[in-house]
Design a protein around this ligand. Structure first.
Ligand code: HSE
Length: 432
């Protein structure tokens, strides 16, 4: 496609839900985008796996090809957008265009969370840039505010809901008292959850996003496999009810903070106080709470997924690259080459909610308290509920090192009066 000076030619790699949203917005908001970018945006070439596939918005077939070289080697293309997802072939295509000195915008969190270092180094070597605002929090402006607006501050802690599917499931469980399985199947029927929801419910998706946020916030290269994770599969309606009685909501939280010399990074079901802003985030929304040493507390909220919200974030990156070419050369993110150091989960301090099913007879509570005491675990609240021949003890600890708490759990399991430990959920209260 012939290129005029006032145009920005874009090569799109992958065109499904998000890609067709990008095509749609470039058409629909052409004048505004041209004003913002300083050039008319032209979606010149589109690489697809299948010419015909269901897409939420119609896409011009004449721009499509299934031949990667027609897009990757096109000299007229100024900037690439990668929306293929996964690692192969997205990584090799990304390295190729960066190596040719072309800027790259991607929504691929897995790619950045696993190969961030390689990609940042390839961008620097090619004298160009890679941007990925859409990889975390969909349409929420987050990466650029953290990199630029907070450039003069030190981030101390990030705490967020970065997965909409699991937040939707937990919201339904909380509102309707239904099981995890029922809420998930409802989410799938409504199209909020993937047919294979494993990456979402097991916290893998959130761990990738957390690794990216850690890299930006703590200025080193963190990878997804460094982020401790637990999914939401074991959260029960009883846990949600108990949490409510104790003044908490159950959320899948991604939490990272400066901790001594290192950083702790984890994603797990978490009880947050009902009056904490994150407790009120319902449905498939995302919200990320960032605590800066100087700026104080900030919260970013919005649609963390979906065609048009994610396409908006992608086009924001394209606008930024187009209007600030000098900045791109400076923003090399060389810190990504320094491996991020994560504190092992065993050394992290937090509070725990636990449910014990025990024999209901005199002296049981004393035995349980003894095990906690022997392991230096201090209890904040203990509630006993009788259920037939056995009793249920619901307790919350004070802050304790994970290793000590796990050792107490081991001791409790060895007690003949403890029949079952059905639930363990970490508890957060925000800035602690
Ligand atoms: N599957 C993700 C979610 C969206 O449910 O939030 C894409 O990152």
């Amino acid at each position: 496609m012939a290129h005029s000076a006032g145009q920005l030619h874009i090569g799109l790699l992958g065109c499904g839900t998000i890609g067709s949203g990008v095509f749609h917005l470039i058409r629909k908001n052409a004048a505004g985008l041209a004003d913002a970018a300083g050039r008319e945006m032209v979606l010149a070439r589109i690489l697809v796996k299948e010419l015909e596939e269901p897409r939420p918005f119609p896409v011009d077939r004449t721009r499509m090809t299934t031949d990667q070289s027609e897009v990757l080697d096109d000299e007229e293309i100024d900037i690439y957008i990668e929306l293929m997802g996964g690692i192969d072939p997205a990584l090799s295509y990304a390295l190729k265009v960066l190596g040719r000195g072309k800027p790259l915008v991607t929504a691929n969190k897995e790619l950045i969370a696993r190969h961030g270092r390689e990609l940042m180094e390839a961008a620097a070597a090619g004298g160009t840039v890679i941007r990925f605002e859409a990889a975390v929090g969909g349409g929420i402006p987050l990466i650029r505010p953290m990199e630029e607006s907070l450039g003069g501050d030190n981030v101390e802690k990030i705490m967020g809901i970065v997965n909409g599917t699991t937040n939707y499931v937990l919201t339904r469980m909380s509102a309707e008292g239904i099981t995890y399985e029922k809420a998930l199947s409802e989410a799938q029927k409504l199209g909020y959850a993937e047919a294979d929801p494993t990456a979402d419910v097991s916290a893998g998706d959130a761990a990738s996003k957390m690794a990216i946020l850690c890299s930006i916030a703590f200025k080193a290269g963190f990878t997804a496999d460094q982020v401790y994770r637990e999914g939401i599969q074991k959260v029960s309606p009883d846990d949600i009810e108990n949490a409510r009685e104790l003044g908490y909501a159950v959320k899948l939280l991604a939490i990272a903070e400066r901790d001594g010399g290192g950083v702790s990074a984890r994603v797990h079901p978490t009880m947050v106080p009902l009056d904490h802003p994150l407790a009120s985030i319902t449905g498939n929304f995302n919200a990320i709470f960032v605590m800066g040493e100087s700026v104080g507390d900030l919260m970013f909220y919005g649609q963390g997924a979906g065609s048009l919200p994610t396409a908006t974030a992608i086009l924001g990156d394209v606008v930024d690259i187009s209007r600030n070419p000098g900045k791109q050369a400076a923003a090399r993110r060389s810190y990504w080459s320094k491996p991020g150091e994560v504190k092992p989960i065993e050394d992290v301090e937090t509070r725990f909610y636990t449910v014990l099913r025990v024999v209901d007879r005199p002296g049981v509570l004393a035995k349980i308290a003894g095990v906690f005491g022997d392991n230096s675990v201090s209890l904040e609240s203990v509630v006993q509920k009788g259920i037939g021949d056995s009793a249920q003890i619901v307790l919350i600890t004070h802050k304790v090192v994970e290793r000590n708490f796990q050792s107490a759990l081991k001791g409790l399991k060895e007690l003949e009066v403890v029949l079952e430990i059905p639930s363990v959920i970490r508890v957060e209260s925000g800035r602690e």
